[in-house]
Design a protein around this ligand. Structure first.
Ligand code: PMP
Length: 305
């Protein structure tokens, strides 16, 4: 299990603060009701020696959509958002280590949706640089909530309570991540990543209307798959299709593209030729080895190495 890192600084209240001073009040809706929206953004060292964030504008826009759905004011422009990341990145970046950032809007004032004030907080962490490790995947008994309850489309911390329960259930079964089914008993996504299922040479992923986040990584994988002549389809996926899949993987900003070894204790074929190929392409793209026009990279800090 990855331990929570405690970086020296965070960005909060428009400035840098020491980690230990970055507190929220117990009376805030952020604490009372878990009212926040967030984005995980990943940065990679590029071949020209710069450090760059991947699809930053798409993350900013999704944060804006999440904020809108929860009636959270979000005043920062894209340039201010980027500047906040830059300020923190300059403090925390280390040569030869990639990073990921969590950019969160917390409701720090307001009551039941009146007079809401939010604050943009950015935290940054060192990321592993190796090939994403293969893992054991299970199917949880916990369900993804509905669009009319707690919509999966909103990237809010509250949505992750079910994911947390699923991970606790998964650990007891020896699984490192779990698929959440939707109310129809079909696959929606995993706890913090989207599902990729290969059947008969086609890569499948459930559409957002099945209870999946509108994933930025899945959109990248779709573009890369099409570019490589691999069919990619967004369609509902039955639970039984997981059990007879040729390959299963997860994709997301943090997970990159990670390949499952087993599903609910059943071994998957030891070779994953299609997801393996897409994994390589994805990593080469975000690391700037094979840039792709769809995958915009935003340099944050000039070369240090
Ligand atoms: N679903 C959930 C629940 C997630 O937390 C994530 C990670 N952000 C994803 C899917 C993948 O989304 P993205 O590719 O945009 O990171």
């Amino acid at each position: 299990m990855v331990k929570l890192q405690k970086p020296r600084f965070v960005y909060m209240g428009g400035t840098l603060k020491a980690w230990d001073d970055a507190n929220l009040h117990i009376g805030s809706e952020a604490v009372l009701r878990g009212l926040n929206v967030f984005e995980g953004v990943r940065g990679y060292w590029q071949p020209d020696g710069s450090f760059a964030l991947i699809k930053l504008r798409s993350h900013y826009e999704r944060l804006r959509r999440s904020a809108r759905l929860l009636y959270l004011p979000f005043e920062e422009s894209y340039d201010q958002y980027k500047a906040a990341l830059q300020l923190l990145c300059r403090e925390l970046l280390q040569p030869g280590r990639d990073m990921w950032f969590r950019t969160t809007l917390y409701a720090i004032q307001g009551h039941w949706g009146e007079d809401t004030v939010s604050d943009l907080v950015v935290t940054g962490y060192q990321a592993e640089m190796g090939l994403p490790r293969a893992f054991d995947l299970g199917v949880s008994t916990w369900r993804r909530s509905e669009d009319v309850a707690l919509p999966a489309r909103i990237k809010t911390g509250t949505n992750y309570q079910v994911g947390r329960l699923a991970r606790i259930e998964g650990r007891a079964r020896g699984c490192q991540d779990m698929v959440l089914l939707n109310r129809f008993g079909r696959a929606s996504e995993a706890t913090a990543a989207c599902l990729l299922v290969v059947r008969d040479g086609t890569v499948l992923t459930p559409p957002a209307s099945e209870g999946a986040l509108e994933s930025i990584t899945a959109a990248i994988i779709e573009v890369l798959a099409r570019g490589a002549g691999i069919p990619f389809e967004r369609r509902p996926i039955d639970r039984t299709e997981l059990l007879i899949a040729d390959e299963i993987g997860l994709c997301g900003t943090m997970d990159e593209l990670r390949i499952a070894k087993t599903i609910d204790g059943i071994p998957l074929p030891s070779q994953a030729p299609i997801l393996g190929q897409l994994q390589n392409r994805y990593l080469e793209t975000v690391r700037g080895v094979t840039p792709h026009p769809y995958v915009d990279v935003t340099p944050l800090c000039p070369g240090m190495n």
